[in-house]
Design a protein. Structure first.
Length: 93
């Protein structure tokens, strides 16, 4: 997977930009495109799922988590885009 310091830094930038985009796009209606749940919302929920593991998922996840992965995800848990993803899961799962 070629994960190193450089690729991890690039991934952080991409994730932060994606979450900002989700937050900005959903600000007016709560949805990314238009005023109802659509493909863009589904895609955002799917792509960001591993960062937040929403409780509405309807299936169990492995209970063993890597402390390094938890630390990686924690940096985004309270961003507005994260709130949007969790809200979409809660409402449309």
């Amino acid at each position: 997977m070629r994960i190193d310091q450089e690729t991890a830094a690039a991934a952080r930038v991409t994730i932060e930009a994606g979450l900002r985009r989700v937050a900005d796009a959903s600000r007016a209606t709560g949805y990314l495109v238009g005023d109802r749940f659509g493909v863009a919302d589904l895609r955002a929920g799917s792509l960001f799922f591993p960062l937040f593991f929403p409780s509405q998922r309807g299936f169990a996840l492995p209970t063993v988590a890597s402390p390094a992965f938890d630390a990686w995800c924690d940096r985004w848990r309270h961003q507005p885009g994260a709130d949007t993803v969790r809200r979409l899961w809660a409402k449309h799962r």
